[in-house]
Design a protein around this ligand. Structure first.
Ligand SMILES: [Ca+2]
Length: 384
């Protein structure tokens, strides 16, 4: 207002410069407004666009944030689970470590024991080989000793038991040692019956009856079986007044008892059969028991027709007819023989065992064992 008043006071011709300035100002103002408006529009548009982009970015970020949040929760859950598992595994690890340590300690102790046992095993094996060597040597010695003991028992039995003596007294070598006496006894005859008579007479004439001496014999023994071998133990040696002489010894000393005279007579008959006449026949040795308790040995010659000849040089008995050797019916002759002994105070014959010796090796067959007279007669007759 102050200005308007100043202008009205000025000269009528205003300077042109003042009119141009207002229009210009208005135009400028208008243009400015336009420009400002345009700029504002442009800026507003840009702001709107940026805001939309921002909103879009914000939504995207929000979405990403939600995803991350979800992942975070899942990861956290996994983490918690893993943490729990870790604690469990850690606990198990501690237990296993403890067990491992304990086991390791035990393993070390066992290893120590194993090493110690290994040393003991080596020492024991060494001892075992040594002892086994000693055992084998000892067993060999014991086996040898047992064989010697068995041999000694067999030898003693061969001197005291009639049947055990046959391999020593009546094998081929034993009977051939009677050759000169047999040949001398039979006096050149090869006739069987006269030869039997002459041999009997020779023994009767030349051999004196004497009682046996006492001999040791294995009266009792035990045995054990070890590794399929039998070992004698606890052998008890007793003595008995019985001694089975070889024919050679009886001819040498010209004395003996019933078994020595019967065995010599048997050997001489067998020598005659085999080496003089050339015809060998069966010939038995009879072991006899009397009711009075004594025992005896005699020869029985089986003859065809169920007959026998009893040859008993010690008993002074020969089966005869008219004072000449002969054969008689088996049972009748056995009964006569039993009566003969009964009449001499020995009692009747209660049992007889009959043996047929194989001269080749001294082995023998048992015709009958401990039979009475009837059984013995039947056994002999069944063979002849
Ligand atoms: Ca004798």
């Amino acid at each position: 207002m102050t200005c308007k008043n100043n202008i009205s006071n000025l000269p009528a011709t205003p300077p042109p410069k003042q009119t141009i300035g207002r229009s210009t100002f208005l135009v400028t103002l208008f243009v400015s407004i336009l420009i400002i408006g345009a700029v504002f529009f442009v800026m507003n548009s840009q702001l709107t666009q940026q805001r939309a982009e921002f909103n879009a970015n914000y939504a995207s970020l929000q979405s990403s944030k939600d995803v991350l949040q979800s992942n975070y929760i899942a990861l956290n859950t996994n983490y918690t689970s893993l943490q729990s598992n870790y604690y469990t595994l850690s606990s198990n690890h501690a237990i296993l470590q403890s067990n491992y340590n304990t086991t390791q300690t035990q393993k070390n102790a066992l290893q120590s024991n194993y090493d110690s046992l290994g040393v003991s095993y080596t020492n024991l094996m060494s001892d075992y080989y040594f002892l086994n060597g000693s055992y084998v040597d000892t067993l060999d010695s014991y086996r040898s000793l047992n064989e010697s003991a068995s041999l000694i028992m067999n030898v003693l039995n061969s001197y005291t038991l009639v049947t055990d003596s046959f391999e020593r007294t009546l094998d081929d070598a034993a009977i051939r040692k009677t050759s000169s006496e047999t040949v001398a006894a039979v006096g050149g005859t090869t006739n069987f019956w006269p030869a039997m008579q002459k041999i009997y007479n020779y023994v009767r004439t030349n051999v004196d009856y004497v009682h046996d001496i006492e001999m040791p014999y294995p009266s009792l023994w035990q045995w054990q079986t070890f590794e399929n071998e039998t070992y004698f133990t606890n052998i008890n040696i007793s003595t008995t007044q019985n001694y089975i002489q070889s024919p050679e010894l009886t001819l040498d000393i010209l004395q003996g008892d019933c078994d020595d005279m019967a065995i010599l007579n048997y050997a001489m008959i067998k020598y005659f059969m085999i080496y003089v006449s050339g015809s060998e026949y069966d010939l038995y040795l009879a072991q006899i028991s009397f009711s009075g308790g004594d025992a005896h040995l005699a020869i029985i010659l089986p003859v065809t027709g169920d007959r026998i000849t009893i040859i008993d040089p010690a008993g002074n008995y020969l089966t005869e007819s008219y004072s000449t050797i002969d054969a008689q019916s088996t049972l009748i002759e056995l009964q006569a023989y039993s009566s003969y002994w009964n009449s001499h105070g020995y009692g009747s014959i209660t049992s007889m065992s009959i043996y047929n010796i194989t001269v080749v090796d001294g082995d023998y067959n048992t015709i009958i064992e401990d039979g009475n007279l009837n059984q013995v007669a039947n056994a002999i007759n069944n063979i002849t």
